[in-house]
Every structure is written in structure tokens, then in C-alpha cells.
Design a protein around this ligand. Structure first.
Ligand SMILES: [Fe+2]
Length: 303
């Protein structure tokens, strides 16, 4: 049996389903993002079922990205998700060194199949549900040259904005932390807990507190807007996480760019961080904007 550590998982992107990507990418571009790649037609992800339309964007950091995926979706399972959930955060993607072994390992450890393993021209990949039903995409690059481009680490704009990862609302936070540690080789960087609230900050093996701070946060539904979404959709990918050196300036920039207010900057009583929440343009999905936050690497080693 393959060990998760042998599969070299690296957090890669969060995918947003949206039917107006050409309009809705502009608030991102105005908010200090850049396009790392745009793929359409017979590029990147070719199937007999249709075309692709993917816009990858990054902001200030290496290497976590967002991907806007637009209809008509290629696969029936994607069209079904679009029908049921609409303009939402659809999946988080990891890159692995062995997609075939990864699929076997995930299915043997509580994941369930969404998209069967497939060999595309540029990568091998598949999609599964995690044990609470959120989608996990796995990619193994197989082309000698093809990669989704990355930005170098360079906080963007005067506010020093960086995209650093995503958060997920869990039904059982402890069970999901254990699962992502054991099956996806994530490690815990920091735990915030008080009463019924728990926020667990995790990352992958490539984590670096300065140059590559891809974060993956598992938490319970704490805010009203999280409880409402959870009641309707179940456990879900809840937010893209950004950090800024000047969170108030990043907030002002976001409103100017076309993001809308969910909750103005305030100190989170659980984490002590100055945090704001915004709705992004592809359907009002939530963005978490936090002050500069980079747990130390030695915490990862100690966990
Ligand atoms: Fe994806």
C-alpha cells in the first residue's frame, strides 16, 4: 500500500464555477491579481465531451491559485454539480507525483469517486469526494513542458496582498483534520479552539512561512453566513484566504475593485487576527481577508 507521504501532494488551486468569467475576472484583476494562464478549446484538458474554458489567476504569492471554470462543463458530473450548487467553489486541487497510486490510495481510505482516473494530453487526473462530500481534484503532470504558470512570491499592491489558500467548513472538524493528515499528508500548523469553535490551520509538505505559505483551514461554521450555507449545501469549501500587510488598505482596494462587503475588518476573538469577509464577483462566494499571517515552519515540524 502506498504511503500518502510518497505521493508528494502539493496544494495547487481552488476552482470556481461561473458562467461569466470574462466579466467576473476583472474585479480580481483590479484587486492586484494577474492571469497565470488562460486555456480554452482543445488545450490542457481535452475530452470527447466538449471544450474547456479555464482562467487561472494568482496574487502576490507562490503557489496557490484560483481557477474560474465556465460552462458548458465537460462532464455530466460537473453539469450536475452546477445544476445543484451554481456559482460556487467547486473543488480544491492537489498536484501529485503519481496520480494512479493516489486514486487507489484515496479510494482505499474513505474517498469516493466523482471522475474516474483519466490520462489527458498534459496530465493524468481524477476527482473524488472527501469523506464529507467536498471535491478533491488530483493532477500529475505528464507533459515534459506543460505546467500552469506560477508567480514568484511578491506581495501585490501597496497593501501587500497575497492569495494563500482556502478554508472549508466541516461537519466534524477533528475527523477531517485526522483524515487530511493521514490520507493527504497535510500537517497542522496551528489550532485555535474555544467552546464549540475550532479553526485548524494546515499546510502541505512544501510549506514555507516566507515564500510559500499555502494554507488549508478546516473549521466549523462560525459566522451566520457560514451556518446558512452549511444548512443548505452541507460541508463545503467556504472561502479563499488572502493575507495583506495592510488589511484595511486591502479592504478598501477590494471594494473599489468590485468585491462587496460581507463583514468589515474586525479582530477575530478566536484567532486574534484582524479579519474581514468579502463576497467575490463569481456568485458572491466568500473571501477571507486577514492580516499578515504565516505560522512558523517549526510548528509544522513539531506537529
Ligand atoms: Fe481544477
Amino acid at each position: 500500500m502506498t504511503n500518502a507521504r510518497d505521493l508528494n501532494y502539493s496544494l495547487h488551486h481552488l476552482c470556481i464555477y461561473d458562467d461569466k468569467p470574462r466579466d467576473n475576472m476583472f474585479p480580481y484583476l483590479r484587486w492586484h491579481h494577474g492571469i497565470t494562464n488562460f486555456f480554452s478549446g482543445a488545450v490542457f484538458h481535452v475530452t470527447d465531451e466538449g471544450h474547456s474554458d479555464y482562467t487561472f489567476m494568482g496574487c502576490g504569492g507562490r503557489a496557490y491559485q484560483i481557477q474560474i471554470e465556465a460552462p458548458p462543463f465537460q462532464f455530466e458530473y460537473e453539469r450536475n454539480w452546477w445544476r445543484d450548487h451554481g456559482r460556487g467553489y467547486n473543488h480544491v486541487c492537489w498536484v501529485t507525483s503519481d496520480a494512479r497510486a493516489s486514486m487507489d490510495h484515496l479510494l482505499a481510505n474513505g474517498a469516493t469517486e466523482v471522475m474516474p482516473f483519466e490520462e489527458f494530453p498534459t496530465y493524468d487526473g481524477f476527482v473524488v469526494h472527501d469523506p464529507e462530500g467536498r471535491w478533491i481534484e488530483i493532477m500529475e503532470y505528464t507533459d515534459e513542458n506543460f505546467r500552469v504558470q506560477e508567480f514568484t512570491h511578491a506581495p501585490s499592491g501597496e497593501c501587500g496582498l497575497e492569495i494563500i489558500g482556502n478554508a472549508e467548513i466541516c461537519g466534524d472538524v477533528d475527523a477531517m483534520v485526522e483524515w487530511y493528515e493521514r490520507v493527504m499528508d497535510l500537517r497542522v500548523l496551528e489550532v485555535f479552539e474555544e467552546g464549540d469553535d475550532k479553526v485548524v490551520v494546515m499546510s502541505d509538505r512544501d510549506y514555507d512561512p516566507v515564500a510559500r505559505r499555502s494554507l488549508f483551514i478546516l473549521q466549523n461554521a462560525r459566522e451566520d453566513f457560514e451556518k446558512v450555507h452549511m444548512a443548505k449545501h452541507g460541508p463545503y469549501i467556504s472561502s479563499i484566504i488572502y493575507q495583506a500587510k495592510d488589511v484595511d488598505r486591502a479592504w478598501e482596494d477590494a471594494l473599489w475593485a468590485g468585491m462587496t462587503e460581507v463583514r468589515a475588518p474586525t479582530t477575530d476573538p478566536l484567532t486574534g487576527l484582524r479579519v474581514a469577509y468579502l463576497a467575490e464577483p463569481c456568485g458572491g462566494n466568500v473571501i477571507m481577508l486577514t492580516e499578515h499571517y504565516a505560522p512558523a515552519a517549526q510548528l509544522a515540524a513539531a506537529a
